[in-house]
Design a protein around this ligand. Structure first.
Ligand SMILES: [Zn+2]
Length: 115
């Protein structure tokens, strides 16, 4: 999975299945991510100096990366992504539905730029 902050993803399992949202944060070490509006928990907060209003605070909790699919910015579909090597040695992530390049992963390798 090649998901980064600000990518748009679709939740494919769990309570928020079908929800589409923006990736707010990646927790790579835990293989989790936080998606806007997904897995939101509410906390009732008592009036305090920090929260003079009190009330409800909502917060998105991380979900497993395996529960989301990247939405391809080109075809707009939740897509499987693949990694391919271009002829110049550069690596890129692509959409398996429309074949568009989603993002470059690594630049052309120095050894192969001579052509
Ligand atoms: Zn696509």
């Amino acid at each position: 999975m090649h998901i980064k902050s600000d990518d748009i993803v679709k939740v494919i399992s769990g309570e928020d299945k079908g929800t589409v949202g923006k990736v707010l944060r990646m927790l790579r070490d835990e293989h989790k991510l936080v998606v806007e509006g997904v897995n939101r928990v509410y906390r009732h907060v008592r009036r305090s100096q920090k929260n003079p209003q009190g009330g409800r605070l909502s917060k998105e909790m991380p979900i497993s990366i395996s529960n989301v699919m990247l939405i391809c910015p080109v075809c707009g579909k939740a897509s499987r992504t693949g990694v391919r090597l271009k002829s110049d040695g550069a690596k890129e992530c692509f959409c398996k539905k429309c074949d568009a390049t989603i993002r470059a992963l690594s630049p052309a390798s120095a050894a192969k730029t001579r052509s």
